[in-house]
Design a protein around this ligand. Structure first.
Ligand SMILES: O=C(O)CCC(=O)C(=O)O
Length: 291
């Protein structure tokens, strides 16, 4: 048995291992229902400890700067700073690692996540983007502001999404695990604003919580994932531990048609995309009232 402080329930290792079959991970009917009801779901043991070790080796090459990443695609999500010494970053953000390290394409996380996206959202789901988000220990300011992902994205007809968030370290309330507002994906996209000044200065978009919003922290173990929908309100707190990194590896799936439309419009999820495109994302369209 293993458990993470604050996690919803201890997990039985034998039961978890039985759910991985090569490239596939079996999602239960209850988990599929939870994803559609709450806008997110926690799936245990999607990767084995050895599989996470392999992922971690490449992850750390990115953190050590051994893999070149262009311009703003290597940045601090809290300050918008890019380049320079990452020891000063609160939330290290690497956008599109599979673009910058093509050898990673087709890795075991991508393959299992693809099987999960198909079970949750149906056929025709493809990788839209990937991302690494790492919080240094001892950074109470490593806060990822409340947002809906759709706020960062342009409007498209097919809104199916499965954003798979892999814990490379145990993710706990203390080191800044994900927190979700269950069911909020049924609401329209809320108005968002750049964290600092204009969008040119701040890629990060945030929205304010409403009085009745009760965020639910979801602590998960290394090798577990959460999967969330583009409309669910979420974010995470700082890393107040003295010793524990909080490293996450994210692979986001959307429909083939949606990804094609995005690319046609010059939207690739790179922070280097043209400002004209980045200024026309959903969360900045304040007049929006429908999902
Ligand atoms: O890793 C975090 O704390 C936030 C990640 C996030 O917002 C996302 O994956 O959509």
């Amino acid at each position: 048995m293993r458990s993470v402080p604050g996690s919803d329930a201890p997990a039985d290792d034998a039961m978890i291992d039985g759910r991985r079959h090569g490239d596939r991970y079996r999602v239960s009917d209850e988990e599929i229902a939870a994803f559609h009801r709450d806008g997110y779901v926690h799936l245990r043991g999607v990767l084995s400890p050895e599989e996470v070790d392999d992922i971690e080796a490449v992850y750390n090459m990115f953190l050590r700067g051994e893999i070149a990443v262009e311009g703003k695609d290597f940045n601090d999500m809290t300050s918008g700073v890019h380049g320079g010494d990452i020891a000063r970053y609160a939330v290290v953000n690497v956008m599109l690692p599979r673009r910058y390290h093509p050898e990673w394409q087709g890795n075991v996380f991508e393959r299992r996540a693809a099987s999960i996206a198909a079970q949750l959202c149906g056929e025709g789901m493809v990788i839209d983007f990937d991302q690494l988000l790492a919080k240094h220990p001892g950074r109470a300011d490593a806060v990822f502001g409340w947002h809906q992902d759709q706020a960062y994205w342009i409007d498209t007809d097919d809104r199916r999404t499965a954003t798979c968030w892999l814990a490379v370290d145990d993710a706990t309330l203390d080191n800044g695990c994900m927190q979700f507002l269950p069911g909020s994906h049924h609401e329209p996209v809320r108005p968002h604003h750049p964290l600092h000044g204009e969008r040119s200065a701040s890629h990060t978009l945030v929205t304010d919580l409403q009085p009745d919003d009760v965020m639910r922290p979801v602590a998960i173990a290394r090798g577990d994932i959460t999967v969330h929908n583009e409309g669910v309100l979420h974010g995470s707190g700082g890393n107040t531990t003295s010793h524990s990194w909080r490293r996450a590896y994210i692979v986001a799936f959307r429909s083939n048609e949606t990804v094609a439309v995005e690319r046609q419009l010059g939207f690739s999820h790179s922070h280097n995309d043209a400002l004209a495109v980045l200024e026309h994302v959903d969360g900045l369209r304040h007049e929006r009232t429908e999902p």
